[in-house]
Design a protein around this ligand. Structure first.
Ligand code: PFF
Length: 452
């Protein structure tokens, strides 16, 4: 029997910063530091970045606010929120759970690489020679037992934290981690930009070449905006369900994407100029950060480079962890709330299945690379399916729901805290939710998958 959703006895974030850091902790992760730079490198640079920024401003802000409205209004996690508001939309919540599951089928593989690189930093295996760095990364990513072992280490960290329901500790930790990561990235930007020929990389990153803006590049940018902001899958609905009725939702929907995007742009400004300066391949894909950043450390000398390497990959691991926790929690809380499982069973059950998928994703980088789905290996397929398909479709329905079905008065009362907070562009935002955002997503989606 399925229970009626209830909001009794729920915790709330005790302070404004508590929520911002939890939401930013989910948003800032591998998406910003690992995925954004390699996609920018692969998809032609400036035009991709520009379209990404447009997506963040127009869609990211609007959709995040829509998710906040649903979450705080119902004070329920995503599936239950839709069940309570309008049963016809329950599938949107369910699709989000699927998306979280699919992403968790490969995210821990990259998390595992990051853990491995903490140790590689300690051992000082870094060099500015692309052949050496390519070999170090290749040996790890295309191996069999090593990457699976590191994936397991990373996944176990997630399991322990989520099983104990102590993710609050991680969120507190991000109060310190985030600013540290930020400072470190700024230092690395300076190091990177003072390398010879770095300016060419900066141009590549920021000067758009519109001939590169094809349908699949636009879809990649859109998918990246969703992935990076943790949108389209109900994660932000769930987080904001814990938000107090006094909080200003609009402000939060501006601050979180701003923080997230700053980290992505800083990472891009570290990685792309250095890649160009060292003469590495910009289009190499998922290995980019693991090849270029260590090479930057190699230029800092054996001691300093090592220290920076350890701190950087430790922070990358922790940033990844605070994101994947929110993903695993989406899956686990669904099994608890909607399937009546106990927390421990939900964590164990989902993790076993996820580990098996992660093994397949990891092997698809090497031994199983010959096996492809729609021309992609398993790893790339999972990534593409979740980010370029499930999340955008989720985004369409979430904004359509808030725009057309939730009821304008109810939406307005929620965004403005019953009229006590000003939101001058309410009508504009409603228009975005009703027409602009769903239309842009639909067009980009259809052209990205080659239908238009
Ligand atoms: N936003 C995270 C990142 O950039 O790494 C990934 C993510 C977390 C996506 C949570 C979706 C989500 F619900």
């Amino acid at each position: 029997m399925q229970e009626q959703p209830t909001t009794q006895g729920r915790d709330q974030f005790q302070s404004k910063l508590g929520f911002i850091f939890a939401a930013a902790g989910s948003a800032v992760g591998l998406g910003n530091i690992w995925r954004f730079p390699y996609l920018a490198g692969k998809n032609g640079g400036g035009a991709f970045v520009l379209f990404y920024l447009i997506c963040v401003i127009v869609i990211g802000f609007g959709l995040m606010l829509a998710e906040f409205v649903i979450g705080r209004n119902t004070q329920l996690s995503s599936v239950d929120a839709f069940k309570k508001l309008d049963k016809r939309f329950t599938f949107v919540g369910a699709m989000g759970v699927l998306a979280a599951f699919v992403i968790m089928g490969y995210y821990p593989v990259v998390g595992g690489w990051s853990v491995a690189y903490v140790f590689k930093s300690i051992l000082g295996q870094f060099s500015t020679d692309s052949a050496v760095m390519g070999e170090v990364f290749g040996a790890l990513a295309t191996g069999i037992s090593q990457p699976i072992l590191w994936t397991a280490v990373y996944l176990i960290a997630n399991i322990v934290i989520v099983a104990k329901g102590i993710s609050g500790g991680i969120e507190k930790a991000s109060l310190v981690m985030m600013p540290t990561l930020f400072v470190l990235l700024v230092i690395l930007v300076i190091r990177s930009l003072t390398l010879p020929n770095a300016i060419e990389g900066l141009k590549y990153l920021f000067v758009p070449d519109f001939s590169k803006l094809t349908g699949d590049v636009m879809l990649a940018a859109l998918g990246q905006a969703f992935f990076s902001l943790s949108l389209g899958m109900g994660c932000m609905i769930t987080y904001s369900s814990y938000l107090s009725k006094k909080e200003n939702l609009v402000q939060n929907a501006i601050v979180v994407p701003t923080m997230d995007t700053s980290v992505a742009l800083l990472s891009g400004m570290v990685i792309i100029p250095a890649t160009v300066s060292f003469g590495f391949d910009l289009g190499q894909g998922p290995g980019l950060v693991f090849v270029t950043v260590p090479a930057i450390f190699a230029t800092m000398g054996p001691v300093l480079g090592r220290i920076f390497g350890i701190i950087f990959f430790l922070l990358l691991t922790l940033a990844a962890l605070s994101s994947s926790l929110s993903l695993l929690e989406v899956v686990v809380s669904y099994l608890i709330d909607n399937r009546g499982w106990e927390r421990k069973k939900a964590v164990a059950g989902s993790s076993i299945v996820l580990f098996i998928i992660c093994i397949a994703a990891s092997l698809s980088m090497g031994a199983w690379s010959g096996f492809t789905i729609m021309g992609m290996n398993i790893f790339d397929f999972l990534d593409w399916f979740a980010n370029n398909l499930l999340l955008p479709i989720g985004g369409i329905f979430i904004t359509l729901y808030v725009g057309w079905f939730m009821g304008k008065d109810k939406v307005k009362a929620e965004v403005t805290n019953d009229g006590t907070v000003k939101f001058a562009i309410f009508e504009v935002w409603m228009f975005l939710c009703r027409i602009v955002i769903p239309a842009i997503i639909a067009v980009v989606l259809l052209s990205g998958i080659g239908i238009i």
